[in-house]
Design a protein around this ligand. Structure first.
Ligand SMILES: Nc1ncnc2c1ncn2[C@@H]1O[C@H](COP(=O)(O)OP(=O)(O)OP(=O)(O)O)[C@@H](O)[C@H]1O
Ligand SMILES: [Mg+2]
Length: 453
């Protein structure tokens, strides 16, 4: 399941949404706030829209995209600095980050103190930092400034010291955001060499950069972000081409209006899902524990036929939960799909055991090129279904407890041991606030419409 750490991956990002509240046009005046209770108006801005990304141990991956496309936000989520609003992020191994300028430095402490502080944050002992201290200072080239509070550093010194610490603590995963552009040419050269050494030693690097030369030099794989969506994931040369096409497309495409019912679809369209249905067709809810077949059909263009095999993925979500309930792809099962010839339609059937409890479920579909990772069609909320289960359990997975009791005094008669009436009944999760509890129901007498007539 997507939410679990999987040792195959150094970084595992699944269905990540990151939303920021941004203040509306006009903040309320104090008077308005006091007398009309008008609160500041916020609108929600989606900086990352359902990003999924898996990075193997030892892989170096670049993130590119226009300003504001979400690169830094994605790095911060991977670093654990920003919590995911939806979806999940896992990192396997010791993580070091070089994010915004001076992030992680305390301005009033000296360079030396910051080195020890950062080392401690990254899990090193004092002795370990002692061991690399000279090398760090040497690499950073800050000289006698090491005993000056870092607030007096130039931006280049900040970055050099940060980089020196990050590469000397020997992390397993290094996240680097745009630092190469800050230092001077000599520093850039040295950092690039360092990062290359890193990659060669089998470490994982995620690099955000607008410097496409550095991206080419360091990363064979590159991911392109566009308005918070992952639009390309594959070989760096192809990614740069895709990015340049995006940029050449002139003004960024208008933000699609969020459509409350319609599907969110992205991808290059080289292969397309044309139909998705869940069989047997039923009116209303499906009983928990029954089997259903998800049949997905797709077409492909000639160019895609030549570009290799396809992988079709399904992800099942609950609209009220951050984690995927279930996700799989044909390629993860070793099934690589030959693109159908133009005009023809191929279909894949996923037979699913609906071992889930009462709730609404949404299905996202994904059609990707199995070798390059190019997303041909990502169809979010392609379909949905509901499940009903017996009243006595709550949650998502139908773990179906069988209950045994060993009681030397025997069972109590049920009527003597009736449970106290629970607020909200057995199905209401104590943390859910989106449904009114029975105590707050309006005082309208309920009349059976059949009797009212
Ligand atoms: N704390 C925040 N509050 C509100 N909006 C934010 C916040 N952080 C980022 N954003 C917005 O999220 C979007 C993505 O920002 P992000 O910094 O991830 O972009 P980026 O791809 O790193 O851009 P750049 O190439 O300019 O560094 C931008 O529109 C930005 O304004
Ligand atoms: Mg950025």
């Amino acid at each position: 399941m997507a939410g679990e750490a999987d040792p195959r991956w150094a970084v595992q990002v699944d269905g990540l949404w990151e939303r920021f509240r941004i203040a509306g046009d006009r903040p309320p005046t104090l008077k308005e706030r006091l007398f009309t209770f008008r609160r500041a108006e916020y609108r929600q801005f989606e900086a990352l829209k359902g990003v999924s990304l898996r990075i193997r141990h030892g892989e170096s991956v670049a993130l590119i995209g226009h300003n504001g496309s979400g690169k830094s936000t994605l790095l911060k989520c991977i670093a654990g600095i920003l919590p995911a609003d939806e979806g999940s992020v896992r990192v396997d191994g010791r993580l070091a980050t070089l994010l915004e300028l001076g992030a992680g430095f305390h301005p009033d402490l000296t360079g030396r103190e910051n080195v020890y502080l950062n080392g401690a944050i990254l899990g090193l002992t004092r002795r370990e930092v002692d061991g690399s201290f000279a090398a760090i200072v040497d690499f950073a080239g800050v000289g006698e400034f090491i005993d000056t509070p870092v607030r007096n550093y130039s931006s280049g010194m900040y970055v050099r010291l940060g980089f020196a610490i990050a590469v000397h603590v020997d992390p397993d995963v290094l996240l680097v955001d745009e630092v190469l552009s800050v230092g001077d040419a000599a520093f850039q050269e040295r950092s690039l060499a360092r990062m290359r050494g890193f990659v060669e030693r089998g470490k994982t690097v995620v690099l955000v950069s607008h410097d496409l030369g550095a991206v080419r030099a360091l990363c064979r794989r590159t991911v392109v972000l566009d308005h918070g969506r992952l639009v390309f994931d594959g070989p760096t040369d192809d990614a740069i081409e895709a990015y340049e096409e995006l940029v050449a497309g002139g003004a960024p495409p208008p933000e699609p209006e969020p459509d409350p019912v319609g599907p969110a679809r992205t991808g290059d369209g080289g292969a397309r899902i044309v139909d998705a249905r869940l069989l047997p067709a039923v009116d209303g809810a499906r009983p928990s524990g029954t089997t259903a077949q998800l049949v997905v059909s797709f077409t492909a263009e000639e160019a895609v036929r030549e570009a290799g095999s396809l992988s079709l993925g399904i992800a099942v979500r609950r609209p009220d939960m951050a984690l995927y309930v279930y996700e799989t792809r044909t390629a993860w099962r070793g099934i690589y799909l030959a693109p159908p010839r133009p005009g023809a339609t191929a279909a894949v059937t996923f037979t699913l055991d609906l071992a889930v409890l009462t709730g609404e479920y949404l299905v996202d579909l994904l059609l990707v090129n199995a070798s390059t990772g190019v997303i041909h069609d990502r169809w979010q909320e392609a379909l949905g279904f509901t499940v009903t289960s017996p009243e006595h359990d709550f949650g998502v997975a139908a773990l179906d407890a069988r209950i045994g009791v060993a009681n030397p005094d025997g069972f109590w008669p049920a009527e003597l041991h009736a449970p106290p009436p629970e607020r909200g009944g057995p199905r209401e999760h104590p943390l859910r606030e989106d449904r009114p509890s029975p105590g707050h129901e309006p005082d309208v007498p309920r009349v059976d419409p059949a009797l009212a007539r």
